[in-house]
Design a protein around this ligand. Structure first.
Ligand code: NAP
Length: 259
């Protein structure tokens, strides 16, 4: 691969910095991890599938970047605290946290099982809470931090069949705003990114007809790509974004304009 192919899509200087990305084994999180590494950050890659994480670390290292991976369930308080401790022990700091791990368990409300509600809340909302709480300790010590929480347009506008998912992603937005107010004085920013419809494993099962329908509802007339989301994350993770906090930025080709 040529040098140009290894350039970040949004070039920011994150050398010396340490980033942790949850849900890094696939999709948006994987792309965010690759891009952060291309900007010079040392990247802690977190998800459950260790094999996929190891492949990611190999890719980052083959491009000259630094990364290490941990198999963690984001809903497990003990595992979360331990990985943050290990990251700080390894690299002496934690500057950037991207809470990206997320799942869907879609069904209409009357058919929704307790487990479908609980699993989505545990991964999407509790996971974001646990990692943010753990990461703010080292960030507060250094009086610097960038926390980026991946929400969803479903959390802004709701979606049929996604009451559990929408509630969790709206919860992420409320959490983001509150924690942003608590941490602003410590020079730690906390923002959310709300993707629209992005082509990943999460959306792969939806058929071509459904995708064509979605395209009609997107003013940009195309589906989102993982790089579209990663570019926004890189900007919010950069030192230049220090006066932006508590915000939710939709990366959705205009789907939520006017909400
Ligand atoms: P994806 O391809 O399904 O990847 C989800 C990631 O989350 C995987 O790396 C998965 O890794 C990880 N994960 C799930 N449960 C976990 C757990 N309990 N502990 C640790 N890691 C866990 O999804 P995606 O489309 O990239 O979505 C990434 C984020 O963007 C999610 O928060 C999603 O809600 C949000 N989003 C996506 C879209 C879209 O259209 N794709 C739109 C709006 C918002 P393991 O399976 O290896 O654990």
């Amino acid at each position: 691969m040529s040098q140009a192919e290894h350039q970040a899509i949004f070039p920011v200087d994150l050398s010396q910095q340490v980033a942790l990305v949850t849900g890094a084994s696939r999709g948006i999180g994987r792309e965010v991890a690759v891009q952060l590494a291309r900007c010079g950050a040392r990247v802690a890659c977190v998800a459950r599938n260790l094999q996929l994480l190891e492949q990611l670390v190999e890719q980052i290292q083959s491009e000259g970047g630094q990364a290490h991976c941990w198999s963690v369930d984001v809903a497990d308080s003990q595992q979360v605290n331990q990985v943050v401790e290990e990251v700080v022990a390894r690299w002496q700091r934690l500057d950037i946290l991207v809470n990206n791990a997320g799942i869907t368990r879609d069904t209409l409300l009357p058919r929704m099982q307790d487990e479908q509600w609980d699993e989505v809340m545990a991964t999407n909302l509790r996971g974001t809470f646990l990692f943010t709480r753990a990461a703010t300790r080292p960030m507060m010590q250094r009086r610097y931090g960038r926390i980026i929480n991946i929400s969803s347009v479903s959390g802004l506008r709701g979606n049929k069949g996604q009451s559990n998912y929408s509630a969790s992603k709206a919860g992420v937005i409320g959490f983001t705003r509150s924690v942003a107010m608590e941490l602003a004085g410590r020079k730690i920013t906390v923002n959310a990114v709300a993707p629209g419809f992005v082509e990943t494993d999460m959306t792969a099962a939806l058929g071509e007809m459904f995708k064509d329908e979605v395209k009609k509802r997107v003013p940009a007339r195309r589906l989102g790509q993982v790089a579209d989301v990663a570019a926004c994350v890189l900007f919010l993770a950069s030192p230049a974004a220090g006066y932006i906090t508590g915000q939710t930025i939709a990366v959705d080709g205009g789907m939520s304009v006017g909400l």
